[in-house]
Design a protein around this ligand. Structure first.
Ligand code: HEC
Length: 110
């Protein structure tokens, strides 16, 4: 019984730690203004942009691997030959947050 309580106690500390990198909420906070709430490149700020923010549709992911996505997010659009309007997020988001955001945008493909 005592061992079981210790396990429960350990879980209470472990769960919030795993919940720290929340790709969906980071995406909503930092990315949706341009890329749109559902990642279709139709955020409020997208109208005035040329080129438009990437739409994370199924077609997009055919030519993008995790390393390219991570590089674009961390170092900005110019690091992968894309628009400088896509700014670098490496100083805002930690590596585990970027990883979670990459996983999240993959759930947005249509
Ligand atoms: C100020 C508007 C803006 C914000 C905010 C923004 N982006 Fe972008 N994003 C762009 C634009 C513009 C492009 C480039 C489109 C192009 O050049 O074809 C882009 C491109 C990308 C690409 C594609 C690079 C490639 O391989 O083609 C990814 C991935 C991306 N953004 C992810 C994100 C993530 C994740 C966030 C939030 C952390 C974010 N963006 C925030 C505007 C924005």
């Amino acid at each position: 019984m005592r061992r079981f309580s210790l396990l429960l106690l350990a879980l209470c500390f472990a769960l919030p730690a795993t919940a720290l990198a929340d790709g969906a909420s980071d995406f909503a906070t930092y990315c949706s203004t341009c890329h749109g709430a559902t990642g279709q490149g139709d955020g409020a700020a997208a109208a005035a942009m040329d080129p438009k923010p990437a739409s994370f549709n199924a077609e997009f992911f055919k030519t993008r691997d995790d390393a390219t996505l991570t590089k674009a997010i961390k170092e900005g659009g110019t690091a992968v030959g894309k628009s400088a309007m896509m700014s670098p997020w490496g100083s805002v988001l930690k590596d585990d947050q970027i990883k979670a955001v990459v996983a999240h945008i993959k759930t947005l493909a249509k």
